[in-house]
Design a protein around this ligand. Structure first.
Ligand code: FES
Length: 113
C-alpha cells in the first residue's frame, strides 16, 4: 500500500501529537498517533495505549518517547518498545515528509526491523 497523507507539517510543533485515521492494507480504518518529539522529529504509532483506553496523543512527549498520562507507561517512538504497565509494545509506522505533506505508510510497519 502506498503512503497516505495524514497532516501538514505546519499542523504540529515539536512536542505535539495528533490523531489521524488512515486505511490499512485490508481497507480497514486505522487510528494513528502522529507525533513530533521535542527535537522536532516525526513518528507514527498506533494511537491507543495497550494498557487502557487512553490516546497516546494526550501523553507527555520527550525525545523519541511518549509517556501515557494515565499510569506512566513509556513508549519508544521509533521502535514501539514499552515499559510497564503496558502489556506489549505499540506498532510503529514509516513516516515521511514531502513538501508540506506528512505521509504514513501502514503497509510498512517499523516493528521487527
Ligand atoms: S492506560 Fe496507558 S499506562 Fe495505563
Amino acid at each position: 500500500m502506498s503512503a497516505q497523507v495524514v497532516c501538514q507539517v505546519s499542523d504540529l510543533d515539536p512536542g505535539e501529537a495528533m490523531a489521524a485515521t488512515i486505511l490499512d492494507p485490508l481497507g480497514q480504518s486505522l487510528q494513528l498517533a502522529v507525533v513530533r518529539d521535542e527535537l522536532g522529529d516525526w513518528y507514527a504509532i498506533e494511537e491507543m495505549c495497550p494498557h487502557g483506553a487512553v490516546s497516546l496523543t494526550e501523553g507527555d512527549i520527550g525525545t523519541c518517547e511518549v509517556e501515557c498520562w494515565a499510569h506512566g507507561a513509556r513508549f519508544n517512538l521509533a521502535t514501539g518498545e514499552a515499559t510497564m504497565p503496558s502489556p506489549r509494545p505499540v506498532k510503529t509506522y514509516e513516516i515521511t515528509l514531502d513538501g508540506d505533506d506528512v505521509l504514513v505508510d501502514v503497509g510498512a510497519e517499523r516493528e521487527g526491523k
